[in-house]
Design a binder for this molecule. Structure first.
Ligand SMILES: NC(=O)c1ccc[n+]([C@@H]2O[C@H](COP(=O)([O-])OP(=O)(O)OC[C@H]3O[C@@H](n4cnc5c(N)ncnc54)[C@H](O)[C@@H]3O)[C@@H](O)[C@H]2O)c1
Length: 387
Protein backbone atom coordinates (compact mmCIF):
# COMPACT_ATOMS: atom_id res chain seq x y z
CA UNK A 1 0.00 0.00 0.00
CA UNK A 2 1.43 3.39 -1.03
CA UNK A 3 1.01 6.49 1.11
CA UNK A 4 0.23 9.57 -0.96
CA UNK A 5 -0.41 13.16 0.04
CA UNK A 6 -3.34 15.18 -1.26
CA UNK A 7 -2.73 18.93 -1.07
CA UNK A 8 -5.81 20.84 0.11
CA UNK A 9 -6.01 24.63 0.41
CA UNK A 10 -8.34 25.56 3.28
CA UNK A 11 -9.65 29.08 2.66
CA UNK A 12 -11.18 30.87 5.62
CA UNK A 13 -9.12 28.57 7.83
CA UNK A 14 -9.36 30.78 10.90
CA UNK A 15 -13.17 30.91 10.69
CA UNK A 16 -15.31 29.02 13.14
CA UNK A 17 -16.60 26.28 10.89
CA UNK A 18 -13.31 25.51 9.15
CA UNK A 19 -11.37 25.37 12.40
CA UNK A 20 -13.75 23.56 14.68
CA UNK A 21 -15.45 21.18 12.27
CA UNK A 22 -13.58 20.61 9.00
CA UNK A 23 -10.15 20.62 10.62
CA UNK A 24 -10.67 19.46 14.19
CA UNK A 25 -13.51 17.08 13.36
CA UNK A 26 -12.50 15.91 9.88
CA UNK A 27 -9.14 16.45 8.21
CA UNK A 28 -6.88 16.52 11.27
CA UNK A 29 -8.09 13.15 12.65
CA UNK A 30 -7.94 11.66 9.14
CA UNK A 31 -4.31 12.84 8.85
CA UNK A 32 -3.45 11.68 12.38
CA UNK A 33 -4.91 8.25 11.74
CA UNK A 34 -2.58 7.85 8.76
CA UNK A 35 -4.99 8.94 6.03
CA UNK A 36 -7.92 7.41 4.16
CA UNK A 37 -7.67 4.06 2.43
CA UNK A 38 -8.64 4.53 -1.20
CA UNK A 39 -8.07 1.44 -3.31
CA UNK A 40 -4.45 0.39 -2.76
CA UNK A 41 -3.42 3.81 -1.50
CA UNK A 42 -3.42 5.63 1.79
CA UNK A 43 -4.38 9.25 1.10
CA UNK A 44 -3.09 11.73 3.68
CA UNK A 45 -4.44 15.30 3.55
CA UNK A 46 -1.70 17.94 3.37
CA UNK A 47 -3.29 21.18 4.54
CA UNK A 48 -2.37 24.69 3.44
CA UNK A 49 -4.24 27.29 5.49
CA UNK A 50 -5.29 30.47 3.69
CA UNK A 51 -6.69 33.61 5.30
CA UNK A 52 -6.13 37.28 6.00
CA UNK A 53 -4.45 37.43 9.39
CA UNK A 54 -0.98 35.93 9.64
CA UNK A 55 -0.98 35.69 13.44
CA UNK A 56 -4.33 33.95 13.57
CA UNK A 57 -3.29 31.57 10.80
CA UNK A 58 -0.06 30.74 12.62
CA UNK A 59 -2.01 30.11 15.80
CA UNK A 60 -4.47 27.74 14.10
CA UNK A 61 -1.63 26.00 12.26
CA UNK A 62 0.22 25.48 15.53
CA UNK A 63 -2.91 24.15 17.24
CA UNK A 64 -3.31 21.41 14.63
CA UNK A 65 0.34 20.69 13.83
CA UNK A 66 0.12 22.17 10.33
CA UNK A 67 3.24 23.65 8.77
CA UNK A 68 1.88 25.58 5.83
CA UNK A 69 -0.22 28.75 5.83
CA UNK A 70 -0.44 31.86 3.71
CA UNK A 71 -2.20 35.20 3.34
CA UNK A 72 -1.48 35.13 -0.39
CA UNK A 73 -4.36 33.19 -1.91
CA UNK A 74 -3.13 33.72 -5.48
CA UNK A 75 0.19 32.05 -4.81
CA UNK A 76 -1.61 29.17 -3.06
CA UNK A 77 -3.83 28.73 -6.10
CA UNK A 78 -0.77 28.73 -8.35
CA UNK A 79 0.85 25.89 -6.37
CA UNK A 80 0.45 22.55 -8.22
CA UNK A 81 1.14 20.62 -5.01
CA UNK A 82 -2.38 21.58 -3.85
CA UNK A 83 -4.93 20.32 -6.39
CA UNK A 84 -7.95 20.78 -4.05
CA UNK A 85 -9.46 24.07 -2.92
CA UNK A 86 -11.91 24.21 -0.03
CA UNK A 87 -13.85 27.36 0.79
CA UNK A 88 -15.23 28.14 4.24
CA UNK A 89 -14.68 31.91 4.21
CA UNK A 90 -17.52 34.42 4.56
CA UNK A 91 -20.40 33.72 2.21
CA UNK A 92 -20.33 36.89 0.08
CA UNK A 93 -16.78 36.13 -1.16
CA UNK A 94 -17.56 32.58 -2.26
CA UNK A 95 -18.55 32.87 -5.89
CA UNK A 96 -15.51 34.95 -6.91
CA UNK A 97 -13.14 32.77 -4.92
CA UNK A 98 -14.51 29.51 -6.34
CA UNK A 99 -14.30 30.90 -9.86
CA UNK A 100 -10.67 31.83 -9.26
CA UNK A 101 -9.96 28.33 -7.98
CA UNK A 102 -11.61 26.81 -11.06
CA UNK A 103 -9.50 29.09 -13.29
CA UNK A 104 -6.46 27.76 -11.46
CA UNK A 105 -7.59 24.19 -12.26
CA UNK A 106 -8.43 23.19 -8.68
CA UNK A 107 -11.03 20.64 -7.66
CA UNK A 108 -13.43 22.55 -5.43
CA UNK A 109 -15.25 21.63 -2.25
CA UNK A 110 -17.28 24.33 -0.59
CA UNK A 111 -19.35 25.30 2.37
CA UNK A 112 -22.94 26.32 1.78
CA UNK A 113 -24.47 28.26 0.17
CA UNK A 114 -22.43 27.33 -2.90
CA UNK A 115 -23.53 30.52 -4.72
CA UNK A 116 -25.91 33.45 -4.10
CA UNK A 117 -28.37 32.26 -6.77
CA UNK A 118 -29.26 29.10 -8.67
CA UNK A 119 -28.24 30.73 -11.98
CA UNK A 120 -24.79 31.59 -10.62
CA UNK A 121 -24.45 28.10 -9.15
CA UNK A 122 -25.21 26.53 -12.54
CA UNK A 123 -22.59 28.72 -14.23
CA UNK A 124 -20.06 27.71 -11.60
CA UNK A 125 -20.75 24.01 -12.07
CA UNK A 126 -20.61 24.32 -15.86
CA UNK A 127 -17.18 25.96 -15.60
CA UNK A 128 -15.89 23.23 -13.27
CA UNK A 129 -17.34 20.46 -15.47
CA UNK A 130 -15.90 22.02 -18.63
CA UNK A 131 -12.44 21.73 -17.08
CA UNK A 132 -13.02 18.18 -15.87
CA UNK A 133 -12.73 19.27 -12.23
CA UNK A 134 -14.35 17.48 -9.33
CA UNK A 135 -16.71 19.49 -7.14
CA UNK A 136 -18.57 19.07 -3.89
CA UNK A 137 -20.85 20.90 -1.48
CA UNK A 138 -20.83 20.46 2.29
CA UNK A 139 -24.08 18.74 3.33
CA UNK A 140 -23.21 17.73 6.85
CA UNK A 141 -26.56 17.74 8.67
CA UNK A 142 -27.76 14.46 7.14
CA UNK A 143 -24.87 12.84 9.00
CA UNK A 144 -25.95 14.09 12.41
CA UNK A 145 -26.57 11.03 14.59
CA UNK A 146 -30.23 11.97 15.21
CA UNK A 147 -31.01 12.54 11.54
CA UNK A 148 -29.22 9.34 10.53
CA UNK A 149 -31.51 7.43 12.89
CA UNK A 150 -34.53 9.14 11.33
CA UNK A 151 -33.27 8.27 7.87
CA UNK A 152 -32.79 4.61 8.89
CA UNK A 153 -36.39 4.49 10.18
CA UNK A 154 -37.59 5.82 6.82
CA UNK A 155 -35.50 3.26 4.92
CA UNK A 156 -36.97 0.47 7.05
CA UNK A 157 -40.53 1.61 6.34
CA UNK A 158 -41.23 2.48 9.99
CA UNK A 159 -43.63 5.33 9.15
CA UNK A 160 -45.97 3.56 6.72
CA UNK A 161 -47.42 6.32 4.56
CA UNK A 162 -45.84 9.64 5.52
CA UNK A 163 -48.52 12.19 6.31
CA UNK A 164 -46.61 15.24 7.40
CA UNK A 165 -43.53 16.65 9.11
CA UNK A 166 -42.27 19.62 11.05
CA UNK A 167 -38.74 20.89 11.31
CA UNK A 168 -38.14 23.38 14.11
CA UNK A 169 -34.86 25.22 14.41
CA UNK A 170 -33.45 28.19 16.25
CA UNK A 171 -32.56 30.00 19.42
CA UNK A 172 -32.23 33.52 20.70
CA UNK A 173 -29.34 35.43 19.10
CA UNK A 174 -28.58 38.47 21.21
CA UNK A 175 -28.55 41.70 19.25
CA UNK A 176 -25.45 43.17 20.84
CA UNK A 177 -27.46 45.82 22.69
CA UNK A 178 -28.57 44.07 25.86
CA UNK A 179 -25.87 41.38 25.51
CA UNK A 180 -23.07 40.64 23.05
CA UNK A 181 -24.25 38.84 19.92
CA UNK A 182 -23.06 35.25 19.66
CA UNK A 183 -23.05 35.25 15.84
CA UNK A 184 -20.90 37.32 13.44
CA UNK A 185 -22.56 40.51 12.17
CA UNK A 186 -22.23 39.49 8.49
CA UNK A 187 -25.03 37.01 9.17
CA UNK A 188 -27.38 39.99 9.47
CA UNK A 189 -26.20 42.02 6.46
CA UNK A 190 -27.16 41.47 2.84
CA UNK A 191 -23.74 42.79 1.78
CA UNK A 192 -22.10 40.08 3.88
CA UNK A 193 -24.18 37.28 2.35
CA UNK A 194 -26.29 37.03 5.49
CA UNK A 195 -29.92 36.04 6.02
CA UNK A 196 -31.49 33.02 7.64
CA UNK A 197 -32.86 31.58 4.38
CA UNK A 198 -29.49 31.34 2.65
CA UNK A 199 -27.87 30.25 5.92
CA UNK A 200 -30.18 27.44 6.97
CA UNK A 201 -32.55 26.47 4.15
CA UNK A 202 -29.75 24.89 2.07
CA UNK A 203 -29.40 22.46 5.00
CA UNK A 204 -33.11 21.85 5.30
CA UNK A 205 -33.32 21.04 1.57
CA UNK A 206 -30.95 18.08 1.64
CA UNK A 207 -32.18 16.89 5.03
CA UNK A 208 -35.83 16.91 3.96
CA UNK A 209 -35.34 15.59 0.42
CA UNK A 210 -32.64 13.17 1.59
CA UNK A 211 -35.15 11.52 3.94
CA UNK A 212 -38.56 12.21 2.40
CA UNK A 213 -37.98 12.66 -1.33
CA UNK A 214 -38.71 15.58 -3.65
CA UNK A 215 -40.26 18.88 -2.58
CA UNK A 216 -42.77 20.13 -5.17
CA UNK A 217 -43.88 23.55 -3.91
CA UNK A 218 -43.10 25.95 -1.08
CA UNK A 219 -44.79 28.90 0.52
CA UNK A 220 -42.77 31.02 2.91
CA UNK A 221 -42.98 34.06 5.14
CA UNK A 222 -39.61 35.57 6.04
CA UNK A 223 -39.21 38.63 8.22
CA UNK A 224 -36.78 40.65 10.30
CA UNK A 225 -37.64 40.09 13.93
CA UNK A 226 -34.75 42.06 15.46
CA UNK A 227 -34.07 45.08 13.20
CA UNK A 228 -31.37 46.78 15.30
CA UNK A 229 -28.06 45.14 16.11
CA UNK A 230 -24.55 46.12 17.23
CA UNK A 231 -21.55 44.65 15.41
CA UNK A 232 -18.13 43.41 16.58
CA UNK A 233 -16.75 46.99 16.56
CA UNK A 234 -19.59 48.37 18.64
CA UNK A 235 -21.35 50.04 15.68
CA UNK A 236 -25.12 50.00 15.53
CA UNK A 237 -26.60 48.81 12.23
CA UNK A 238 -29.97 48.04 10.66
CA UNK A 239 -30.57 44.39 9.84
CA UNK A 240 -31.54 44.17 6.15
CA UNK A 241 -32.09 40.41 5.96
CA UNK A 242 -34.58 37.99 7.50
CA UNK A 243 -33.84 36.43 10.89
CA UNK A 244 -37.11 34.49 11.20
CA UNK A 245 -38.96 32.32 8.69
CA UNK A 246 -41.99 30.04 8.45
CA UNK A 247 -42.24 27.72 5.44
CA UNK A 248 -44.91 25.34 4.18
CA UNK A 249 -43.86 22.50 1.88
CA UNK A 250 -45.79 20.24 -0.48
CA UNK A 251 -43.97 16.98 -1.14
CA UNK A 252 -44.11 14.87 -4.26
CA UNK A 253 -45.34 12.00 -2.06
CA UNK A 254 -48.42 14.02 -1.13
CA UNK A 255 -47.21 14.75 2.41
CA UNK A 256 -47.09 18.33 3.68
CA UNK A 257 -44.67 19.82 6.14
CA UNK A 258 -43.42 22.95 7.81
CA UNK A 259 -40.06 24.48 8.63
CA UNK A 260 -39.82 27.06 11.39
CA UNK A 261 -36.38 28.64 11.53
CA UNK A 262 -35.63 31.57 13.79
CA UNK A 263 -32.82 33.48 15.43
CA UNK A 264 -35.46 35.18 17.55
CA UNK A 265 -37.02 32.35 19.50
CA UNK A 266 -36.31 30.95 22.95
CA UNK A 267 -35.63 27.26 23.25
CA UNK A 268 -38.07 24.82 24.80
CA UNK A 269 -38.09 21.33 23.40
CA UNK A 270 -35.88 18.31 22.82
CA UNK A 271 -33.01 19.99 20.98
CA UNK A 272 -31.90 23.09 19.07
CA UNK A 273 -33.27 21.48 15.93
CA UNK A 274 -35.97 18.85 15.85
CA UNK A 275 -37.43 17.07 12.87
CA UNK A 276 -40.70 15.18 13.42
CA UNK A 277 -42.18 12.86 10.82
CA UNK A 278 -45.72 11.52 11.23
CA UNK A 279 -46.88 8.43 9.36
CA UNK A 280 -49.77 6.00 9.40
CA UNK A 281 -47.66 3.37 11.21
CA UNK A 282 -45.71 5.61 13.55
CA UNK A 283 -44.02 8.93 14.25
CA UNK A 284 -40.44 9.85 15.07
CA UNK A 285 -38.73 12.99 16.30
CA UNK A 286 -35.00 13.52 15.81
CA UNK A 287 -32.73 16.09 17.35
CA UNK A 288 -29.02 16.53 16.68
CA UNK A 289 -28.03 13.37 18.55
CA UNK A 290 -31.14 11.48 19.59
CA UNK A 291 -34.26 10.14 17.98
CA UNK A 292 -37.49 8.99 19.60
CA UNK A 293 -40.31 6.92 18.11
CA UNK A 294 -43.94 6.25 18.86
CA UNK A 295 -45.43 3.41 16.83
CA UNK A 296 -49.11 3.10 15.98
CA UNK A 297 -49.42 0.41 18.69
CA UNK A 298 -47.93 2.75 21.32
CA UNK A 299 -50.06 5.74 20.45
CA UNK A 300 -52.05 6.93 23.50
CA UNK A 301 -55.71 7.76 23.33
CA UNK A 302 -56.01 11.50 23.86
CA UNK A 303 -59.58 12.66 24.41
CA UNK A 304 -58.79 16.31 23.94
CA UNK A 305 -58.64 19.31 26.25
CA UNK A 306 -60.01 18.54 29.67
CA UNK A 307 -60.19 21.81 31.50
CA UNK A 308 -63.65 21.33 33.03
CA UNK A 309 -62.56 19.32 36.08
CA UNK A 310 -60.07 21.77 37.55
CA UNK A 311 -56.36 22.30 37.10
CA UNK A 312 -54.42 19.64 35.17
CA UNK A 313 -52.56 17.45 37.69
CA UNK A 314 -50.16 15.58 35.46
CA UNK A 315 -46.82 16.96 34.28
CA UNK A 316 -47.88 17.15 30.67
CA UNK A 317 -44.40 17.58 29.27
CA UNK A 318 -42.88 14.66 31.17
CA UNK A 319 -45.80 12.29 30.78
CA UNK A 320 -46.25 12.70 27.06
CA UNK A 321 -42.51 12.52 26.42
CA UNK A 322 -42.35 9.27 28.38
CA UNK A 323 -44.58 7.69 25.74
CA UNK A 324 -41.77 7.87 23.18
CA UNK A 325 -38.97 5.28 22.86
CA UNK A 326 -35.36 6.28 22.31
CA UNK A 327 -33.73 4.81 19.19
CA UNK A 328 -30.49 3.10 20.29
CA UNK A 329 -27.06 4.02 18.95
CA UNK A 330 -26.03 1.59 16.24
CA UNK A 331 -22.77 3.19 15.15
CA UNK A 332 -19.99 4.95 17.03
CA UNK A 333 -20.12 8.75 16.80
CA UNK A 334 -18.32 10.32 13.86
CA UNK A 335 -18.14 14.05 13.18
CA UNK A 336 -20.77 14.87 10.49
CA UNK A 337 -18.28 16.98 8.49
CA UNK A 338 -15.87 14.06 8.32
CA UNK A 339 -18.38 12.08 6.25
CA UNK A 340 -18.11 14.76 3.55
CA UNK A 341 -14.31 14.56 3.39
CA UNK A 342 -14.43 10.77 3.41
CA UNK A 343 -16.64 10.97 0.32
CA UNK A 344 -14.96 13.87 -1.47
CA UNK A 345 -11.32 12.73 -1.18
CA UNK A 346 -11.94 9.33 -2.88
CA UNK A 347 -14.09 11.17 -5.46
CA UNK A 348 -11.05 13.33 -6.33
CA UNK A 349 -8.35 10.68 -6.30
CA UNK A 350 -10.26 7.63 -7.57
CA UNK A 351 -13.36 9.05 -9.25
CA UNK A 352 -15.67 7.24 -6.82
CA UNK A 353 -19.33 8.36 -6.95
CA UNK A 354 -20.22 11.29 -4.69
CA UNK A 355 -23.77 12.47 -4.02
CA UNK A 356 -22.90 15.90 -2.67
CA UNK A 357 -21.68 17.63 -5.82
CA UNK A 358 -22.44 21.23 -6.84
CA UNK A 359 -25.64 19.87 -8.44
CA UNK A 360 -26.86 19.05 -4.92
CA UNK A 361 -25.55 22.39 -3.66
CA UNK A 362 -27.53 24.17 -6.39
CA UNK A 363 -30.70 22.37 -5.33
CA UNK A 364 -29.96 23.53 -1.75
CA UNK A 365 -29.77 27.14 -2.95
CA UNK A 366 -32.96 26.58 -4.93
CA UNK A 367 -34.96 26.05 -1.77
CA UNK A 368 -33.59 29.25 -0.19
CA UNK A 369 -34.26 31.18 -3.39
CA UNK A 370 -37.78 29.78 -3.79
CA UNK A 371 -38.59 30.72 -0.19
CA UNK A 372 -37.24 34.21 -0.67
CA UNK A 373 -39.38 34.66 -3.78
CA UNK A 374 -42.44 33.18 -2.12
CA UNK A 375 -42.12 35.56 0.79
CA UNK A 376 -41.64 38.60 -1.45
CA UNK A 377 -44.53 37.67 -3.77
CA UNK A 378 -46.75 36.12 -1.09
CA UNK A 379 -47.23 33.13 -3.39
CA UNK A 380 -46.52 29.39 -3.69
CA UNK A 381 -43.34 28.71 -5.67
CA UNK A 382 -42.58 25.66 -7.81
CA UNK A 383 -39.56 23.56 -6.79
CA UNK A 384 -39.28 21.55 -10.05
CA UNK A 385 -35.62 20.56 -10.45
CA UNK A 386 -33.54 22.93 -12.56
CA UNK A 387 -31.75 21.31 -15.46
N1 LIG B 1 -22.18 23.56 7.18
C1 LIG B 1 -22.52 24.25 8.24
O1 LIG B 1 -23.21 23.77 9.11
C2 LIG B 1 -22.06 25.67 8.42
C3 LIG B 1 -22.13 26.25 9.69
C4 LIG B 1 -21.67 27.56 9.85
C5 LIG B 1 -21.17 28.25 8.75
N2 LIG B 1 -21.16 27.66 7.54
C6 LIG B 1 -20.65 28.40 6.36
O2 LIG B 1 -19.26 28.57 6.52
C7 LIG B 1 -18.88 29.87 6.12
C8 LIG B 1 -18.12 30.55 7.26
O3 LIG B 1 -18.95 30.65 8.38
P1 LIG B 1 -18.35 30.81 9.86
O4 LIG B 1 -19.49 30.63 10.79
O5 LIG B 1 -17.15 29.95 10.02
O6 LIG B 1 -17.95 32.34 9.83
P2 LIG B 1 -16.71 33.11 10.50
O7 LIG B 1 -17.11 34.55 10.47
O8 LIG B 1 -16.31 32.46 11.77
O9 LIG B 1 -15.54 32.83 9.47
C9 LIG B 1 -15.47 33.48 8.22
C10 LIG B 1 -14.07 33.39 7.64
O10 LIG B 1 -14.05 34.24 6.48
C11 LIG B 1 -12.97 35.14 6.59
N3 LIG B 1 -13.35 36.41 5.96
C12 LIG B 1 -14.34 37.25 6.32
N4 LIG B 1 -14.37 38.34 5.55
C13 LIG B 1 -13.33 38.21 4.70
C14 LIG B 1 -12.82 39.01 3.65
N5 LIG B 1 -13.37 40.19 3.34
N6 LIG B 1 -11.74 38.53 2.96
C15 LIG B 1 -11.18 37.32 3.25
N7 LIG B 1 -11.65 36.52 4.25
C16 LIG B 1 -12.69 36.95 4.94
C17 LIG B 1 -12.73 35.32 8.06
O11 LIG B 1 -11.40 35.73 8.31
C18 LIG B 1 -12.98 33.92 8.58
O12 LIG B 1 -11.82 33.12 8.41
C19 LIG B 1 -20.16 30.58 5.69
O13 LIG B 1 -20.27 30.53 4.29
C20 LIG B 1 -21.26 29.77 6.31
O14 LIG B 1 -22.44 29.78 5.52
C21 LIG B 1 -21.58 26.39 7.36
Amino acid sequence: MATKQLGIILNGATGRICRTQHMRGGLVPIRDEGGLTVGDDQIVPRMLLAGRNEDRLAEVAREYGIEEWTTDLDSALADPDFPVFFDAAATHLRLDTLNKAIDAGKHIYTEKPIAPTVAEGIELMKRADAKGLKHGAVEDKLFLPGFRKLSNLMDRGFFGRVLGFKLEFGWWVFNGIEAESQRPSWNYKKSGGGGLLSDMHPHWRYVIEGILGPINHVSCAAWTAQPDRIDEDGNRYKVDVEDATATLLEMDSGARGIINSSWATRVRGDDLVTFQIDGTDGSAVAGLRNCWTQSAADTPLIHGFNMGSGPETMDFYEDYNAQWKGVPEVAPYKNPYRFGWEGFIPHVVADTPFNHTLAAGIRDVQLAEACDRSSAEKAWVDMAPVT
